[in-house]
Design a protein around this ligand. Structure first.
Ligand SMILES: Cc1cc2nc3c(=O)[nH]c(=O)nc-3n(C[C@H](O)[C@H](O)[C@H](O)COP(=O)(O)OP(=O)(O)OC[C@H]3O[C@@H](n4cnc5c(N)ncnc54)[C@H](O)[C@@H]3O)c2cc1C
Length: 391
């Protein structure tokens, strides 16, 4: 590897990292982007893109690629408790579903088209420096190690990464009691809907993605996962807990060779800067998946970090203000929804409390809508919607 000097280095080629890299490249910046895996690859994710995502993806120039992939649109989300109590909310606007296998690949392709120097299979192991003196990054790949220099660094390395250890991030000191699983199936249709089936200590989402596949993705407390005997035990056990889920699985056929899993899923607050490094996406804070807002936050957070870097490089901000102002905007924009997501998720894990809550929401639809709105940025009328993106 050689070592050119870049305006910005971005670590992590998921939604937040690609969003940051593309935004900077659109402004003519020289950007290097590191992704430790090769594209395309699967990820543990519910793969539901909320209505807000359409605008961010359009800003990144993704509309033609998305249209070509024909993702199914989503109009509503239903939560179904183990006793069959059900609450369904219609989205403000239209969402859609697309596998991360295709979405991340499309974003990576777009960054390359815009001249981003994308290194696949390259893991950043060390970052030194600051905004006054520049940064030095060490990246390891199959062909060896190399060092790269950049004026600014955005880290978007996801929920938990070996880089967090290298940066000595404080959240690693608190063990996290959640495990996530995901696989693709062929099963009974769920037209225009995402279904969230709950069970004690967890929930399982079903949603159609491209090519007639259904994504099955679940989050469970790790103690439950271990008690019921790991993946196979859990899949059988959660069906026994929620008969509606069992009915769907009875007619479904697995397409993925195996369940993908992640452990220690961290929902606790994290700082949005480390020294002079800007952090974006899940690396700055993961929202409870039931809100379906994580990908929108990652796309927006990546854009936000890129715009702060641009303002600094255009001399609108000094090096001292950049991390401070970015962290403050991140907090203002996302903190409240992260907090609410954690509280709502705690209710979902308790079936009796949940059934009562869902019955109340069925009687008071305005309260349900208010809770949904508080977990996201509500799309404004006239904004680009997913049905325009995918028609
Ligand atoms: C169970 C579950 C279900 C979910 N369902 C939904 C949903 O339906 N809708 C929704 O909107 N959100 C959902 N989310 C949240 C969503 O998946 C995340 O918010 C989103 O993926 C965040 O994107 P990101 O770019 O921050 O991280 P990621 O997509 O995880 O990308 C980070 C990237 O960084 C790379 N990387 C890590 N370390 C390094 C390194 N040192 N060097 C180079 N590369 C590195 C990784 O390989 C990875 O590709 C769910 C989350 C969970 C846990």
């Amino acid at each position: 590897m050689n070592s050119p000097i870049y305006d910005a280095a971005v670590v992590g080629g998921g939604l937040a990292g690609c969003s940051a890299a593309i935004t900077l490249a659109q402004q003519g910046r020289r950007v290097v982007l590191f992704e430790s895996k090769h594209y395309p690859h699967h990820k543990v994710c519910g793969e539901f893109l909320s209505p807000e995502c359409a605008r961010y993806l359009h800003d990144l120039g993704l509309t033609p690629a998305l249209r070509a992939l024909c993702p199914p649109v989503v109009h509503s989300v239903a939560i179904i408790a183990p006793d069959g109590t059900r609450w369904e909310t219609h989205l403000r606007g239209v969402g859609f579903s697309l596998s991360r296998y295709r979405l991340d690949q499309a974003l990576a392709q777009q960054s390359r088209c815009l001249g981003v120097d994308l290194h696949e299979g390259a893991t950043v192991t060390r970052i030194d420096g600051d905004l006054n003196h520049g940064f030095e990054l060490e990246a390891r790949s199959a062909s060896g190690s190399g060092s790269f220099s950049a004026a600014a660094v955005i880290v978007a390395s996801g929920k938990r990464s070996s880089l967090d250890r290298a940066l000595n991030r404080s959240f690693l000191r608190t063990p996290q009691p959640y495990t996530g699983l995901k696989a693709h199936f062929r099963g009974a249709p769920l037209p225009g809907r995402v279904d969230l089936y709950t069970f004690p200590g967890g929930y399982c989402g079903l949603g159609e993605v491209e090519n007639g596949l259904t994504n099955v993705c679940l989050l469970v407390r790790t103690e439950v996962f271990q008690r019921v005997g790991g993946v196979e035990g859990l899949i059988a056990w959660m069906q026994a807990q929620n008969p509606g889920l069992k009915r769907w699985f009875n007619t479904a056929e697995p397409v993925s060779e195996r369940w993908l899993s992640i452990s220690q899923v961290p929902f606790l607050p994290k700082p949005a800067v480390e020294g002079d490094i800007l952090i974006a996406g899940d690396a700055a804070g993961l929202i409870a998946p039931l809100t379906g807002d994580g990908m929108s936050m990652a796309l927006r957070g990546g854009q936000m970090a890129a715009r702060y870097v641009q303002r600094w490089q255009a001399d609108e901000l000094n090096a001292g203000d950049l991390p401070r102002l970015y962290a403050a905007e991140w907090k203002r924009t996302f903190d409240r929804r992260l907090w609410l997501g954690r509280r709502l998720q705690a209710c979902l894990f308790q079936p009796r409390l949940l059934s009562l809550g869902l019955r109340i929401l069925n009687r008071l639809p305005a309260v349900g809508q208010m809770l949904v709105d508080q977990t996201r940025e509500v799309a404004q009328p006239g904004q680009l919607a997913a049905d325009q993106l995918v028609e």
